[in-house]
Ligand binder design. Structure first.
Ligand SMILES: Cc1cc2nc3c(=O)[nH]c(=O)nc-3n(C[C@H](O)[C@H](O)[C@H](O)COP(=O)(O)OP(=O)(O)OC[C@H]3O[C@@H](n4cnc5c(N)ncnc54)[C@H](O)[C@@H]3O)c2cc1C
Length: 405
């Protein structure tokens, strides 16, 4: 199992549960990269990817490259015009509904596993069943009602709130929001990295092996695979690539050109005023940021930056939204430095979950974009089921790697 983010750790747990001998390899501690720095929302309602029909009407606002929701690097855009065209081509009504249905199945299966595993991993104190609040400063009742109705079609519950109802729910925030939509079946955690570490301990407790090393290459070897590490090698019948934003690198020498792009994002944490904190994550719809109470403080997370995975950081979006967050909830100085991560995204915003088309025993599990912390468990469990010759608990056909490879 290559990669100990939420996806790799989940695949490792599920494979162990099926009785397989599993080595989980990562160059860092489990849950130290993208699965560490996210907003920790276990989102029941994020079934619409970014490339949905409404993206078209938002595009003019993004052209000038000043919007907090989306920044893009023109040089990157020119180099990756093919990815951009494919990404935008998916933002039509006929291509969005099937993807929403697919993500709904994946999310439902995953939330079930999260709620089960977090208890088994002795980390239940980290999950909060307080929902997720999307809030508008303008009178966006029509937009909120449309979203409520859309979610209801999938059986996803949400509640429309006015200013008073928002204040009743979040008594410590300044009443800047006129309209709110509470996703009632959504949960959140107070440290996604700690949850992944707890899951990894559960895997080790069940007899799994965790190896800290850098993976350099994977090569077919007889009936199985040889995983070349910086300090040795592992032979295995099956290899699962769950390296998040690094997944495509290892697959290129095998002839797979994975169209993976990076929706980078940032967070910064601030000392909370314990007497005036938040109860749940809040998505400021017009400010294009999220803020959520974490173990270390209030975490403010930014929108999307489309650029190369390893390009230098730009804190422009964070600089734009932190003052807005400060205008909603009281918090003190920053705790530590800003963090940067890369949401791994394929042109249809669906992850790859399944076998590599031309290499038996090679399994792909990555590309979980904005909702990988939510969808990691079922992504991993589906791979373990497929390795064992069983059916995943949701329809995994839309996630087949063969759609791109
Ligand atoms: C700002 C931001 C906010 C987000 N908020 C949310 C949210 O609220 N809810 C949600 O569901 N999702 C959220 N996401 C998305 C989510 O964080 C990701 O989709 C998810 O964490 C991806 O998990 P992963 O296991 O695929 O990747 P990672 O967590 O990145 O794991 C990949 C692992 O591979 C290891 N690795 C890579 N290369 C090698 C190598 N050569 N050798 C050894 N090890 C290697 C890395 O060390 C890493 O541990 C957010 C993302 C961002 C950036």
């Amino acid at each position: 199992m290559l990669g100990a983010g939420i996806v790799g750790v989940s695949a490792a747990i599920a494979a162990r549960q099926r009785g397989l001998a599993v080595v989980l390899v990562d160059r860092r501690e489990p849950g130290s990269e993208t699965s560490y720095g996210n907003t920790g929302v276990l989102s029941s309602g994020s079934i619409l990817p970014l490339n949905k029909p409404s993206l078209w009407s938002a595009l003019p606002a993004y052209v000038t490259n000043r919007h907090a929701a989306l920044r893009w690097d023109p040089a990157w855009a020119i180099r990756n015009v093919d990815w951009l065209v494919r990404f935008l081509a998916n933002a039509t009504p006929s291509r969005t509904k099937p993807r929403a249905t697919a993500l709904h199945g994946l999310i439902g299966a995953s939330l079930k596993l999260h709620r089960e595993w977090i208890v088994k991993a002795n980390a239940a104190q980290r999950i909060r069943e307080t929902g997720w609040l999307k809030a508008w400063r303008s009178d966006a009742v029509v937009a909120a009602k449309e979203e409520l109705a859309f979610l209801a079609e999938y059986g996803i519950a949400s509640r429309l709130l006015d200013r008073q109802a928002i204040s009743a729910l979040e008594p410590n925030i300044v009443p800047v929001y006129r309209v709110g939509l509470l996703h009632t079946q959504t949960a959140s955690v107070d440290s996604p990295g700690a949850v992944v570490k707890a899951y990894a301990r559960m895997f080790a407790g069940a007899g799994g092996e965790i190896r800290r090393s850098d993976v350099r290459a994977i090569t077919p070897d007889g009936d199985g695979w040889r995983v070349m590490l910086v300090d040795g090698a592992i032979s295995a019948r099956h290899v699962v690539v769950a390296l998040g934003p690094w997944s495509a690198d290892l697959l290129r020498p095998l002839g797979y050109r994975v169209p993976l792009a990076f929706e980078r994002g940032y967070h910064r944490e601030f000392k909370p005023n314990p007497a005036r904190s938040l109860q749940r994550p809040i998505h400021d719809a017009e400010g294009s940021f999220l803020m959520t109470p974490m173990e270390q403080g209030i975490r403010v997370t930014s929108g999307v930056e489309l650029t190369a995975r390893d390009a230098p950081s730009s804190f422009a979006q964070l600089d734009q939204v932190v003052p807005l967050a400060r205008g909603v909830v009281e918090f003190g100085d920053a705790v530590g430095e800003p963090w940067r991560g890369a949401r791994p995204t394929l042109p249809d915003s669906l992850p790859m979950i399944g076998p590599a088309p031309r290499h038996p025993g090679l399994w792909l599990a990555f590309g979980n974009q904005h909702i990988g912390f939510t969808t990691g468990p079922a992504t991993g469990a589906a791979i373990a089921a497929m390795i064992g010759g069983a059916q995943p608990s949701f329809d995994a056909a839309p996630f087949a790697p063969s759609r791109y490879l």
